[in-house]
Design a protein around this ligand. Structure first.
Ligand SMILES: [Zn+2]
Length: 377
Protein backbone atom coordinates (compact mmCIF):
# COMPACT_ATOMS: atom_id res chain seq x y z
CA UNK A 1 0.00 0.00 0.00
CA UNK A 2 1.19 3.45 -0.82
CA UNK A 3 2.61 5.73 1.84
CA UNK A 4 0.58 8.41 0.10
CA UNK A 5 -2.81 6.96 1.06
CA UNK A 6 -5.29 9.86 0.97
CA UNK A 7 -6.33 10.90 4.48
CA UNK A 8 -9.00 13.28 5.75
CA UNK A 9 -8.14 14.33 9.32
CA UNK A 10 -11.67 14.65 10.67
CA UNK A 11 -10.66 15.95 14.10
CA UNK A 12 -7.63 18.16 14.58
CA UNK A 13 -6.63 21.49 16.14
CA UNK A 14 -4.16 24.19 15.10
CA UNK A 15 -0.39 24.09 15.54
CA UNK A 16 1.36 26.56 17.86
CA UNK A 17 2.94 29.53 16.10
CA UNK A 18 5.35 30.48 18.93
CA UNK A 19 8.73 28.94 19.68
CA UNK A 20 8.37 26.26 22.36
CA UNK A 21 10.75 25.54 25.21
CA UNK A 22 11.34 22.07 26.62
CA UNK A 23 8.74 22.27 29.39
CA UNK A 24 6.09 23.55 26.98
CA UNK A 25 6.88 20.75 24.53
CA UNK A 26 6.64 18.25 27.38
CA UNK A 27 3.26 19.68 28.40
CA UNK A 28 2.02 19.02 24.86
CA UNK A 29 3.18 15.39 24.98
CA UNK A 30 0.77 14.49 27.75
CA UNK A 31 -2.83 14.94 28.84
CA UNK A 32 -1.56 15.61 32.39
CA UNK A 33 -1.99 19.22 33.47
CA UNK A 34 1.08 19.11 35.76
CA UNK A 35 4.76 18.55 34.94
CA UNK A 36 6.34 15.11 35.35
CA UNK A 37 7.54 14.42 38.94
CA UNK A 38 10.90 15.98 39.92
CA UNK A 39 13.80 14.14 38.35
CA UNK A 40 11.66 12.63 35.55
CA UNK A 41 10.58 13.80 32.13
CA UNK A 42 7.52 13.48 29.91
CA UNK A 43 9.90 12.47 27.13
CA UNK A 44 9.97 9.05 28.84
CA UNK A 45 6.64 8.01 27.34
CA UNK A 46 5.55 6.14 24.24
CA UNK A 47 4.73 9.49 22.63
CA UNK A 48 8.13 10.96 23.57
CA UNK A 49 9.90 7.97 22.05
CA UNK A 50 7.66 8.06 18.96
CA UNK A 51 8.48 11.71 18.38
CA UNK A 52 12.25 11.18 18.73
CA UNK A 53 12.11 8.20 16.34
CA UNK A 54 10.11 9.71 13.49
CA UNK A 55 10.36 13.51 13.87
CA UNK A 56 14.09 13.84 14.51
CA UNK A 57 14.99 13.06 10.84
CA UNK A 58 12.57 15.77 9.65
CA UNK A 59 14.73 18.23 11.61
CA UNK A 60 17.94 16.70 10.10
CA UNK A 61 18.80 14.70 13.24
CA UNK A 62 19.46 10.99 13.58
CA UNK A 63 16.40 8.86 14.40
CA UNK A 64 16.01 8.51 18.20
CA UNK A 65 18.21 11.57 18.87
CA UNK A 66 18.24 12.54 22.57
CA UNK A 67 15.44 14.85 23.67
CA UNK A 68 17.83 17.69 24.60
CA UNK A 69 19.34 17.61 21.11
CA UNK A 70 15.86 17.60 19.59
CA UNK A 71 14.70 20.60 21.65
CA UNK A 72 17.87 22.54 20.76
CA UNK A 73 17.51 21.82 17.04
CA UNK A 74 13.84 22.81 17.12
CA UNK A 75 14.75 26.16 18.70
CA UNK A 76 17.54 26.69 16.17
CA UNK A 77 15.21 26.19 13.20
CA UNK A 78 12.46 28.39 14.66
CA UNK A 79 8.73 27.74 14.89
CA UNK A 80 7.83 28.79 11.35
CA UNK A 81 10.36 26.47 9.72
CA UNK A 82 9.52 23.56 12.05
CA UNK A 83 5.81 23.97 11.29
CA UNK A 84 6.51 24.24 7.57
CA UNK A 85 8.54 21.03 7.55
CA UNK A 86 6.00 18.93 9.44
CA UNK A 87 2.78 20.36 8.04
CA UNK A 88 3.81 20.17 4.40
CA UNK A 89 5.30 16.65 4.63
CA UNK A 90 2.20 14.74 5.73
CA UNK A 91 -0.14 15.29 2.78
CA UNK A 92 -3.62 15.08 4.21
CA UNK A 93 -6.43 15.97 1.89
CA UNK A 94 -8.47 18.10 4.31
CA UNK A 95 -8.45 19.23 7.94
CA UNK A 96 -11.65 19.39 9.99
CA UNK A 97 -10.57 21.71 12.79
CA UNK A 98 -12.07 21.81 16.28
CA UNK A 99 -11.76 25.47 17.26
CA UNK A 100 -12.95 25.03 20.84
CA UNK A 101 -9.72 24.38 22.78
CA UNK A 102 -7.23 27.12 23.82
CA UNK A 103 -7.69 28.71 20.42
CA UNK A 104 -5.57 31.75 21.27
CA UNK A 105 -2.45 29.55 21.44
CA UNK A 106 -2.74 27.84 18.06
CA UNK A 107 -3.44 28.51 14.37
CA UNK A 108 -6.98 29.25 13.20
CA UNK A 109 -8.37 27.00 10.42
CA UNK A 110 -7.32 29.50 7.69
CA UNK A 111 -3.82 29.76 9.23
CA UNK A 112 -3.51 25.97 9.37
CA UNK A 113 -4.68 25.76 5.76
CA UNK A 114 -2.11 28.36 4.75
CA UNK A 115 0.80 26.76 6.63
CA UNK A 116 0.08 23.27 5.27
CA UNK A 117 -1.29 24.00 1.81
CA UNK A 118 -4.31 21.85 2.75
CA UNK A 119 -7.91 23.13 2.93
CA UNK A 120 -9.56 23.34 6.35
CA UNK A 121 -13.14 23.44 7.54
CA UNK A 122 -14.34 24.14 11.06
CA UNK A 123 -15.89 21.82 13.61
CA UNK A 124 -17.95 23.97 16.00
CA UNK A 125 -17.69 23.19 19.72
CA UNK A 126 -21.25 23.18 21.13
CA UNK A 127 -20.32 24.02 24.73
CA UNK A 128 -17.94 26.84 23.73
CA UNK A 129 -20.71 28.45 21.69
CA UNK A 130 -23.11 28.15 24.67
CA UNK A 131 -20.54 29.92 26.87
CA UNK A 132 -20.46 32.83 24.42
CA UNK A 133 -24.27 32.96 24.09
CA UNK A 134 -24.93 32.96 27.87
CA UNK A 135 -22.55 35.92 28.30
CA UNK A 136 -24.11 37.93 25.46
CA UNK A 137 -26.74 39.52 27.69
CA UNK A 138 -29.85 37.49 26.83
CA UNK A 139 -32.41 36.13 29.29
CA UNK A 140 -32.67 32.62 30.74
CA UNK A 141 -36.02 32.15 28.96
CA UNK A 142 -34.51 33.27 25.66
CA UNK A 143 -31.41 31.07 25.94
CA UNK A 144 -32.68 28.17 23.80
CA UNK A 145 -33.75 30.47 20.93
CA UNK A 146 -30.59 32.58 21.20
CA UNK A 147 -28.49 29.43 21.10
CA UNK A 148 -30.31 28.04 18.06
CA UNK A 149 -29.73 31.32 16.19
CA UNK A 150 -26.05 31.44 17.20
CA UNK A 151 -25.54 27.83 16.15
CA UNK A 152 -27.16 28.50 12.80
CA UNK A 153 -24.81 31.45 12.24
CA UNK A 154 -21.74 29.51 13.44
CA UNK A 155 -22.23 26.64 11.00
CA UNK A 156 -23.14 28.78 7.98
CA UNK A 157 -20.63 29.89 5.38
CA UNK A 158 -19.41 33.46 5.77
CA UNK A 159 -17.09 35.80 3.87
CA UNK A 160 -13.98 33.78 3.03
CA UNK A 161 -15.16 30.94 5.24
CA UNK A 162 -16.77 27.64 4.19
CA UNK A 163 -19.73 26.23 6.13
CA UNK A 164 -18.76 24.18 9.18
CA UNK A 165 -18.23 20.47 8.55
CA UNK A 166 -19.57 19.26 11.88
CA UNK A 167 -20.08 19.81 15.58
CA UNK A 168 -18.34 18.59 18.70
CA UNK A 169 -19.49 17.99 22.28
CA UNK A 170 -17.30 17.68 25.36
CA UNK A 171 -20.14 16.41 27.57
CA UNK A 172 -17.65 13.79 28.81
CA UNK A 173 -15.64 16.63 30.38
CA UNK A 174 -18.49 18.67 31.76
CA UNK A 175 -20.83 15.95 33.06
CA UNK A 176 -20.32 12.45 31.66
CA UNK A 177 -21.64 10.40 28.77
CA UNK A 178 -24.34 9.06 31.09
CA UNK A 179 -26.47 12.18 30.50
CA UNK A 180 -30.26 11.81 30.32
CA UNK A 181 -30.83 10.85 26.66
CA UNK A 182 -34.11 12.77 26.24
CA UNK A 183 -34.24 16.34 24.91
CA UNK A 184 -34.91 18.65 27.91
CA UNK A 185 -38.27 20.43 28.19
CA UNK A 186 -38.17 24.21 27.48
CA UNK A 187 -38.93 25.09 31.11
CA UNK A 188 -36.10 22.84 32.27
CA UNK A 189 -33.65 24.62 29.93
CA UNK A 190 -34.83 28.08 31.03
CA UNK A 191 -34.44 27.30 34.72
CA UNK A 192 -31.02 25.70 34.17
CA UNK A 193 -29.91 28.74 32.12
CA UNK A 194 -31.14 30.94 35.00
CA UNK A 195 -29.00 28.97 37.48
CA UNK A 196 -26.02 29.32 35.17
CA UNK A 197 -26.53 33.10 34.83
CA UNK A 198 -26.63 33.36 38.65
CA UNK A 199 -23.43 31.29 38.86
CA UNK A 200 -21.78 33.68 36.38
CA UNK A 201 -22.84 36.64 38.55
CA UNK A 202 -21.01 35.02 41.46
CA UNK A 203 -18.03 33.84 39.38
CA UNK A 204 -17.58 35.33 35.88
CA UNK A 205 -15.66 32.24 34.76
CA UNK A 206 -18.44 29.77 35.67
CA UNK A 207 -18.46 27.05 33.02
CA UNK A 208 -21.25 25.06 31.48
CA UNK A 209 -21.72 21.99 33.65
CA UNK A 210 -25.50 21.83 34.11
CA UNK A 211 -26.75 18.64 32.47
CA UNK A 212 -30.00 20.25 31.29
CA UNK A 213 -28.08 22.94 29.36
CA UNK A 214 -25.64 20.32 28.06
CA UNK A 215 -28.57 18.24 26.80
CA UNK A 216 -30.14 21.34 25.24
CA UNK A 217 -27.03 22.16 23.23
CA UNK A 218 -26.46 18.53 22.23
CA UNK A 219 -30.03 18.26 20.93
CA UNK A 220 -29.73 21.63 19.18
CA UNK A 221 -26.70 20.07 17.49
CA UNK A 222 -28.61 16.91 16.57
CA UNK A 223 -31.30 19.05 14.91
CA UNK A 224 -28.77 20.61 12.51
CA UNK A 225 -28.21 17.23 10.88
CA UNK A 226 -24.44 17.84 10.86
CA UNK A 227 -22.15 15.04 12.04
CA UNK A 228 -21.84 15.33 15.83
CA UNK A 229 -18.49 14.42 17.40
CA UNK A 230 -18.23 13.32 21.03
CA UNK A 231 -15.07 13.22 23.09
CA UNK A 232 -14.75 9.61 24.35
CA UNK A 233 -12.16 8.06 26.67
CA UNK A 234 -8.63 9.45 27.09
CA UNK A 235 -8.54 13.12 28.07
CA UNK A 236 -7.03 15.51 30.60
CA UNK A 237 -7.88 15.22 34.33
CA UNK A 238 -11.08 17.22 33.71
CA UNK A 239 -12.59 14.18 31.97
CA UNK A 240 -13.88 11.46 34.29
CA UNK A 241 -12.61 8.32 32.64
CA UNK A 242 -15.27 6.03 34.10
CA UNK A 243 -17.98 8.35 32.77
CA UNK A 244 -16.49 8.62 29.26
CA UNK A 245 -17.13 5.00 28.24
CA UNK A 246 -19.24 5.20 25.05
CA UNK A 247 -21.34 2.28 26.30
CA UNK A 248 -22.98 4.88 28.58
CA UNK A 249 -24.43 6.54 25.47
CA UNK A 250 -26.53 3.54 24.47
CA UNK A 251 -29.91 5.15 25.22
CA UNK A 252 -28.88 8.39 23.51
CA UNK A 253 -27.81 6.42 20.44
CA UNK A 254 -31.20 4.69 20.39
CA UNK A 255 -32.89 8.09 20.71
CA UNK A 256 -30.92 9.60 17.80
CA UNK A 257 -30.71 6.74 15.35
CA UNK A 258 -33.67 7.92 13.27
CA UNK A 259 -32.69 11.61 13.25
CA UNK A 260 -30.33 11.39 10.29
CA UNK A 261 -27.48 12.81 12.40
CA UNK A 262 -24.24 10.84 12.46
CA UNK A 263 -22.59 10.38 15.87
CA UNK A 264 -18.80 10.33 15.70
CA UNK A 265 -17.00 8.76 18.68
CA UNK A 266 -13.58 10.42 18.95
CA UNK A 267 -10.32 8.93 20.27
CA UNK A 268 -12.08 6.19 22.26
CA UNK A 269 -8.94 4.76 23.92
CA UNK A 270 -9.13 2.63 26.05
CA UNK A 271 -12.72 2.00 24.91
CA UNK A 272 -12.02 1.38 21.21
CA UNK A 273 -13.60 -2.08 21.38
CA UNK A 274 -16.76 -0.73 23.04
CA UNK A 275 -16.94 1.99 20.38
CA UNK A 276 -16.48 -0.63 17.66
CA UNK A 277 -19.40 -2.64 19.02
CA UNK A 278 -21.63 0.47 19.05
CA UNK A 279 -20.58 1.30 15.47
CA UNK A 280 -21.48 -2.23 14.46
CA UNK A 281 -25.03 -2.11 15.83
CA UNK A 282 -26.05 1.53 15.28
CA UNK A 283 -26.20 2.64 11.65
CA UNK A 284 -25.39 6.27 12.54
CA UNK A 285 -22.38 5.64 14.80
CA UNK A 286 -18.74 6.01 13.67
CA UNK A 287 -15.42 5.96 15.49
CA UNK A 288 -11.77 6.85 15.30
CA UNK A 289 -8.80 6.03 17.52
CA UNK A 290 -7.10 9.33 16.76
CA UNK A 291 -5.58 10.65 19.93
CA UNK A 292 -4.82 7.23 21.38
CA UNK A 293 -2.60 6.31 18.43
CA UNK A 294 0.09 8.93 19.11
CA UNK A 295 -0.05 8.40 22.86
CA UNK A 296 0.49 4.63 22.71
CA UNK A 297 3.42 5.08 20.29
CA UNK A 298 4.95 1.75 19.33
CA UNK A 299 1.69 0.00 20.35
CA UNK A 300 -0.50 2.01 17.93
CA UNK A 301 -0.86 -0.88 15.49
CA UNK A 302 -2.45 -2.97 18.24
CA UNK A 303 -4.99 -0.23 19.03
CA UNK A 304 -5.92 0.27 15.39
CA UNK A 305 -6.22 -3.51 14.94
CA UNK A 306 -8.68 -3.62 17.86
CA UNK A 307 -10.71 -0.83 16.30
CA UNK A 308 -10.84 -2.91 13.11
CA UNK A 309 -12.19 -6.02 14.84
CA UNK A 310 -15.96 -5.63 14.86
CA UNK A 311 -16.52 -2.09 13.55
CA UNK A 312 -17.67 -2.28 9.94
CA UNK A 313 -15.03 -0.88 7.60
CA UNK A 314 -17.45 1.85 6.53
CA UNK A 315 -17.56 3.12 10.16
CA UNK A 316 -13.92 3.83 10.96
CA UNK A 317 -12.24 7.21 10.28
CA UNK A 318 -8.82 8.80 10.61
CA UNK A 319 -8.00 11.68 12.94
CA UNK A 320 -4.83 12.95 14.59
CA UNK A 321 -6.43 15.11 17.29
CA UNK A 322 -3.14 17.00 17.07
CA UNK A 323 -2.96 20.23 19.10
CA UNK A 324 -0.02 22.59 19.48
CA UNK A 325 2.97 20.56 18.33
CA UNK A 326 3.09 20.23 14.52
CA UNK A 327 4.90 16.95 15.22
CA UNK A 328 1.55 15.53 16.33
CA UNK A 329 -0.07 16.38 13.00
CA UNK A 330 2.85 14.69 11.25
CA UNK A 331 3.01 11.61 13.49
CA UNK A 332 -0.75 11.15 13.24
CA UNK A 333 -0.84 10.94 9.44
CA UNK A 334 2.42 9.10 8.82
CA UNK A 335 1.87 6.65 11.68
CA UNK A 336 -1.70 5.89 10.63
CA UNK A 337 -0.62 5.07 7.08
CA UNK A 338 2.17 2.85 8.40
CA UNK A 339 -0.07 0.96 10.87
CA UNK A 340 -2.98 0.54 8.48
CA UNK A 341 -0.66 -0.81 5.78
CA UNK A 342 0.96 -3.30 8.20
CA UNK A 343 -2.40 -4.59 9.42
CA UNK A 344 -3.91 -4.95 5.96
CA UNK A 345 -0.72 -6.40 4.45
CA UNK A 346 -0.78 -9.11 7.12
CA UNK A 347 -4.39 -10.01 6.29
CA UNK A 348 -3.49 -10.19 2.59
CA UNK A 349 -0.29 -12.21 3.19
CA UNK A 350 -2.33 -14.62 5.27
CA UNK A 351 -4.76 -15.15 2.40
CA UNK A 352 -7.64 -13.85 4.54
CA UNK A 353 -8.13 -10.75 2.36
CA UNK A 354 -7.58 -10.06 -1.32
CA UNK A 355 -5.25 -7.18 -2.22
CA UNK A 356 -8.13 -5.42 -3.95
CA UNK A 357 -10.30 -5.64 -0.82
CA UNK A 358 -7.39 -4.42 1.30
CA UNK A 359 -6.84 -1.39 -0.90
CA UNK A 360 -10.56 -0.59 -0.90
CA UNK A 361 -10.80 -0.79 2.91
CA UNK A 362 -7.71 1.45 3.29
CA UNK A 363 -9.33 4.02 1.03
CA UNK A 364 -12.60 3.92 3.01
CA UNK A 365 -10.90 4.34 6.37
CA UNK A 366 -8.40 6.93 5.16
CA UNK A 367 -10.80 9.29 3.43
CA UNK A 368 -13.86 7.66 1.83
CA UNK A 369 -15.89 7.39 5.02
CA UNK A 370 -15.11 10.97 6.04
CA UNK A 371 -16.03 12.32 2.60
CA UNK A 372 -19.30 10.36 2.65
CA UNK A 373 -20.29 11.52 6.16
CA UNK A 374 -19.05 15.14 6.10
CA UNK A 375 -19.44 15.85 2.39
CA UNK A 376 -16.92 18.14 0.77
CA UNK A 377 -16.47 21.89 1.10
ZN1 LIG B 1 -9.53 17.36 19.98
Amino acid sequence: MSDQLALVDHHVHGAATESLDDLTIQSMLTEADAPAPPGTTTWDTQLGFLLRRWCAPVLDLEPRAPAAEYVARRAELGAAEVNRRFLTALHVQEWLVDTGYQTDQVMTPPQLAQASGTPAREVVRLEGLAERVIRAGGSAEGFAADYAAALDAAVSAGPGRPAAAGLKSIAAYRYGLDFDPAPPAPAEVASAAGRWLAAIDADPGARLTDPAVLRAVIWAGVRTGLPLQFHVGLGDPDARLHRSDPGLMHEFLLATQDTGTAVMLLHCYPYQRQAGVLASVFPHVYLDVGEGMNHVGARSGAILAEAMEVAPFHKLLYSSDAWGLAELHYLGATGFRRDLALIIDAFVADGAWSRADGDRVAQLIGSGNALRVYGSA
